[in-house]
Design a protein around this ligand. Structure first.
Ligand code: IVH
Length: 700
């Protein structure tokens, strides 16, 4: 049976099962063992973030289980790793009652509030010092989970605290929640656990980028994304969003016959450890215990400093009286327990006034309304203008000029208007009217059916031309430093730059006559323009600003061809054969490469010296390191990490992001850490120095 503790044994068995896959010698009697192995690797990946096998190897074992279960349906168990995947759509989420009402927490905002909380708790208990357990306050959607006889039987949203919606199928998609856990080892028969469903910052960013690539307004924060995903009707779509969950509270349990309350359930920190030991992601590594409130205050302040470094959002800390007997003594109000309090970090929300709306024309002609606001500080940044996306968005949020609005800036996410505060309207607020003509070139605006965006379709509209150039030179595109938005606008207005190829024909002599352009800045600009000519193909594709083609799609496209102009011959169908390219994106790419003007521009760029060839692809297939995988760790004596990686890649090598059985070479520099230890344990990885690496790539 899987237990997070017997890692060595399970890893050994993994190797033997992988062999069985290869030799087709798997016997159905070992099916439960195979499940344990899969659960173990899910735990390593989703809870510990420290996988021991590659995705490919995991998939092989998973497929073996899937195949065996398909051949012998009687062997399927409710907690089999295959049972997370649900088919079809959920029709409705029935209302269910929580076993224990899901109370909220009282809030505190400063050390005085915490001192006050501690004083009341001491007075009520008659103690001099109270032991507290402090952990992060996860900023997601709350859930309640019920396990019965070790099986996950129900997942529900908070709802009104008494009743919530049953979202079990979606909860089962969350890989950091075990479908079964050995509560019976502790004499527990039924248990209700509370936790928080999150989407990590990285996945949230990707999700929002995908929305924006499709012209859909992004979500304001990961909390809305997580809570919304829990209520999605298509479980496979919910699965794709990669939700995660932390569990932090046992709200109810019943004991199996003749069993006593286990020692683990006498205080909070032990209950967190119990959940961790059973394979849950509880805040076992993050929580800390303090005798007295002084340490608590210090810890809360320290954690706030680290807030932005965490992979997920937290909006504060939760301080809990550790001892359960004391918790009972303190009791609760109808709203919150008296034994716990939330310490809220500095708000990333603020209210402001919507003063006016300006309409900006983007590089694709999309006209975007931008709300001009009374400047307000949100999470350390002053915000005075925010995109409000499109006409539908304005209607949906019922935004009006003069409204008080709530603004949020979640981490490094672009600030968003959460809502207008309709309750405090004076009656003088004005409706926002969308223009009928382009605010820059005055040509008529168009809106396609089923689209929310109004567009200026005059390809020569000065606003579009300038925006296309700004995008082309930007950091994530061709990264031409020293050009920047202000210079593009200036050069365009002065007639020194009129289109993208113009960047490479710019008259430096004329620029040197402009105020503020010394020889040094001209030299730098010239070098940056020259340097951009050899940017990899995917950057150039992204820089072209083709609608719906973000950085990810640009990489897919770059890998597909030997030369950019090969896309001239691609049909809609062949484009859709590429990974993750649907009809809409394919249509836009096809449209771009069907335009004579665009082809002319690309030919001109090539003549001007830009790389339209996919150089990596050509080398990759014939390189001496084809099929070999590499990872670099520690500080290398002479090479920069990026240089070393590029060397391996040019010879056909592939760079991996972590140590796994898939890795062939670990190149080790000074101060190499856990990756080296892990590679040593694996026994299959060749550990080499920079010198040996240079010999391998023929540079020595
Ligand atoms: S304890 C009976 N611990 O914050 C008290 N709550 O604003 C149970 N939350 O409703 C809650 N992280 O959804 C607790 N470590 C944590 C938490 C946490 C996030 C949420 C929870 C609660 C809300 C209150």
């Amino acid at each position: 049976m899987y237990s997070p503790q017997n890692a060595k044994e399970l890893q050994k068995e993994t190797i033997s099962f992988l062999k069985k896959v290869k030799e087709s010698t798997f016997d159905t009697k070992d099916i439960e063992q195979l499940r344990s192995i899969l659960r173990f690797h899910e735990y390593r990946y989703y809870i510990l973030n420290d996988p021991l096998i590659s995705d490919f190897e995991y998939d092989q074992l998973y497929k073996l289980l899937e195949k065996t279960e398909a051949e012998h349906p009687k062997l399927i168990t409710a907690d089999s790793p295959t049972q997370r995947v649900a088919k079809g759509l959920t029709k409705a989420f029935p209302t269910v009652q929580h076993l224990v009402p899901m109370l909220s927490l009282d809030n505190s905002y400063n050390s005085d509030d915490l001192l006050d909380f501690d004083r009341k708790a001491r007075e009520a208990t008659g103690l001099d010092k109270i032991e507290y357990c402090v952990e992060p306050k996860f900023d997601g959607g709350s859930i309640s989970l019920i396990y019965e006889n070790d099986l996950l039987t129900r997942g529900a949203t908070r709802g009104d605290g008494v009743e919530g919606e049953e979202v079990t199928t979606n909860v089962k998609q969350i890989r950091s929640l075990p479908l079964s856990a050995k509560f019976s080892d502790y004499g527990l028969q039924q248990i209700e656990i509370r936790g928080e469903v999150l989407i990590n910052k990285n996945n949230f960013k990707k999700y929002n980028e995908a929305l924006m690539e499709q012209g859909i307004p992004p979500l304001a924060n990961p909390r809305n994304a997580a809570a919304g995903t829990l209520r999605i009707k298509d479980p496979s779509e919910a699965g794709k969003r990669n939700l995660e969950a932390f569990v932090y509270h046992i709200s109810y349990y019943s004991l199996a016959r003749g069993k006593k309350v286990p020692d683990e359930l006498t205080n909070h920190s032990n209950s967190i450890k119990l959940l961790w030991d059973l394979g849950f992601r509880s805040p076992e590594k993050e929580r800390k215990i303090f005798k007295g409130i002084e340490g608590v205050i210090k810890f809360c302040n320290e954690f706030e400093e680290k807030r932005d470094d965490l992979p997920y959002e937290i909006d504060g800390m939760v301080i809990k009286v550790n001892d359960f007997a004391l918790q009972d003594k303190l009791g609760m109000t109808s709203h919150h327990p008296r034994w716990a309090i939330a310490y809220k970090f500095k708000a990333r929300q603020a209210t402001s006034k919507l003063l006016n709306v300006e309409f900006q024309v983007g590089r694709t002609g999309a006209v975007t309304p931008v709300a001009k606001l009374e400047p307000v500080a949100v999470g350390g940044v002053t915000v005075s203008s925010i995109s409000i996306h499109n006409e539908d968005y304005i209607k949906e949020k019922d935004l009006r000029i003069g409204d008080a609005v709530l603004i949020e800036r979640a981490g490094d996410v672009i600030p968003q208007i959460v809502k207008s505060l309709a309750d405090v309207r004076t009656g003088h607020e004005k409706k926002i009217h969308f223009p009928k003509t382009c605010p820059v070139c005055e040509s008529k605006l168009f809106k396609e059916e089923e689209e929310a965006v109004w567009r200026c379709i005059n390809i020569e509209c000065p606003a579009q031309v300038v925006e296309r150039i700004i995008h082309f030179v930007s950091k994530d595109a061709m990264d031409i430093r020293g050009f920047g938005e202000a210079n593009v606008r200036k050069f365009y207005e002065l007639g020194l730059l009129k289109d993208v190829p113009g960047i490479y024909k710019i008259d430096f002599k004329k620029i040197s006559e402009l105020e503020g352009f010394g020889q040094k800045s001209i030299d730098n600009l010239q070098a940056a323009i020259e340097g951009s000519k050899t940017q990899p193909l995917h950057r150039l594709i992204y820089a072209l600003g083709i609608r719906f083609v973000g950085e990810t799609t640009a990489k897919t496209l770059a890998q597909a061809v030997n030369h950019l102009l090969d896309f001239k011959g691609y049909t809609l169908e062949s484009l859709q054969n590429l990974e993750d390219i649907g009809p809409k994106v394919a249509g836009s790419i096809h449209h771009f490469f069907s335009s004579k003007d665009n082809i002319k521009m690309l030919e001109e760029l090539e003549k001007l010296g830009l790389t339209l060839k996919n150089e990596k692809k050509e080398l990759k297939s014939g390189g001496s390191l084809t099929g070999q995988t590499f990872l670099f760790t520690g500080t290398l004596p002479t090479l920069k990490r990026s240089e070393a990686e590029a060397m391996a890649e040019t010879q056909g090598g592939q760079i991996l992001s972590g140590v796994s059985a898939k890795l062939n070479y670990l190149v080790v520099g000074e101060d190499a850490g856990s990756k080296l230890d892990k590679a040593k344990k694996l026994n299959t990885v060749k550990i080499i120095s920079e010198d040996e690496f240079l010999k391998l790539v023929g540079k020595k």
